[in-house]
Design a protein around this ligand. Structure first.
Ligand SMILES: Nc1ncnc2c1ncn2[C@@H]1O[C@H](COP(=O)(O)OP(=O)(O)OP(=O)(O)O)[C@@H](O)[C@H]1O
Ligand SMILES: [Mg+2]
Length: 393
């Protein structure tokens, strides 16, 4: 609640550098402006290609002088325009996208603070930028992914009004709005088994063409409690929801990413059982590796009970090769070498600093080393998605 209050006093100001300004919770992002270099980095193309996209995509790109008289006539792009250009690029067939949908990606490891949420959010942004339509589902009542995308899980609509926040900033529905009616219907109850419509559940922080989000708030714990009490094959409930059409149509998306809480939970187990790919971000320390073996134990149980075997990908985060403990950990990890991502995410203070802005680091500083590393990882995941499902270029 406090951060909603303290953030609400900020108002974005126009700045023609790559994004460097305070953002209030769910302030519109159209005053975050990128010049050509930032826009090209986001789409991973040269400046000349970016200019050609801007001329042909049918998106009205403003000039710096439109915002500030006397400023140079250079093009400036806001985040939603970048996502619109990415969608146009996909529609032109310039990028690879999967033949079958969706690929379900669950980000989980049974250890706190390893970079699960950072990885989920940065991956969602980067996949969407490369033309993969992505839905991120926040399955953690801490609601960190929800906040990283600018939403306020702790305020009611009335409180938002008194802080002068936009009503869109408030979370009114979570994945519980889909799961609870499903659980009720499985228990044979006839009443109360309807979902709110998808447009009330799904948030679109950068407009239709950006990544979509099913946010979280403290009431998501109702879903955890209901799953705990449910009987039957409750591990398979999320899988069944994605196969059916409950609250949203999963096949609208190429990728659905579940950001899991750090503890063992029924929601996480059901998200793992729904997954084609499980990403385990780990810090290079002993407790992360223990958390990883517990996750692997959980995946093995699912395999023996339901014959489900998601692909596990281990991503080292907070990576700092200068520490000797890290080279020792690398030796331990050789046992898992077939599961390691071909890249790492370095330790960078830019990640915790970026949280103040309620905007993923990739969108704040697209040219930073840290952003580039998540882009490389997202390309690897995009290729895994295409390898699983075939290419529809
Ligand atoms: N590569 C990195 N280098 C430095 N700090 C990082 C890195 N990745 C994430 N962080 C920071 O570490 C903290 C925890 O990250 P994050 O919330 O992504 O972890 P998590 O695994 O989701 O945590 P939790 O288990 O509580 O859900 C955040 O402050 C984040 O900004
Ligand atoms: Mg988290």
């Amino acid at each position: 609640m406090t951060h909603g209050l303290c953030c609400a006093i900020f108002r974005p100001i126009v700045n023609f550098d790559i994004v460097k300004m305070p953002r209030s919770t769910f302030a519109p992002t159209d005053s975050f402006l990128y010049r050509l270099a930032g826009a090209s980095a986001l789409l991973g193309v040269s400046s000349n290609t970016m200019r050609a996209y801007a001329d042909n995509a049918g998106v009205h790109i403003k000039r710096a002088a439109d915002f500030k008289p006397g400023a140079p006539q250079v093009r400036v792009f806001d985040p939603s325009q970048i996502f619109q250009i990415a969608a146009w690029r996909r529609a032109q067939g310039y990028t690879k996208f999967p033949a079958h949908r969706p690929t379900v990606i669950t980000v989980d490891v049974i250890k706190g603070g390893t970079g699960k949420t950072t990885t989920s959010v940065e991956l969602a942004v980067n996949l969407q930028l490369s033309g993969i339509r992505t839905l991120l589902v926040d399955l953690d009542i801490q609601a960190n992914a929800t906040q990283m995308l600018g939403y306020e899980p702790d305020l009611t609509m009335e409180e938002a009004e008194s802080y002068d926040l936009l009503p869109e900033a408030i979370v009114e529905n979570t994945f519980a709005s889909i799961l609870l009616p499903y659980i009720l219907s499985k228990s044979g109850a006839r009443q109360g088994a309807t979902n709110p419509p998808a447009e009330l559940i799904i948030k679109k922080p950068f407009g239709e063409a950006g990544p979509h989000l099913i946010p979280s708030d403290p009431y998501l714990s109702d879903a955890e409690t209901a799953l705990a009490k449910a009987s039957g094959q409750r591990e398979l409930y999320i899988r069944r929801i994605l196969e059916g059409n409950y609250g949203f149509n999963a096949s609208d998306y190429d990728a659905i990413i579940f950001d899991c809480p750090p503890s063992v939970s029924f929601l996480s187990s059901a998200a793992i059982a729904a997954a084609d790919i499980v990403i385990a971000p780990i810090r290079m320390d002993l407790f992360s590796i223990k958390g990883l073996s517990r996750l692997m134990g959980e995946i093995n149980t699912l395999e023996s009970e339901y014959r489900l075997k998601p692909e596990l990908i281990i991503l080292p985060t907070h990576y700092a090769p200068q520490f000797s403990r890290i080279s020792r950990m690398q030796q331990t990890l050789t046992a898992y070498r077939d599961l390691m991502a071909p890249c790492v995410i370095s330790a960078s203070e830019q990640f915790p600093k970026s949280l103040d802005q309620y905007l993923p680091l990739t969108l704040q500083v697209p040219t930073s080393q840290a952003s580039k590393e998540y882009k490389v990882f997202a390309e690897f995941i995009q290729n895994r998605i295409i390898a699983r499902t075939g290419n529809k270029k």
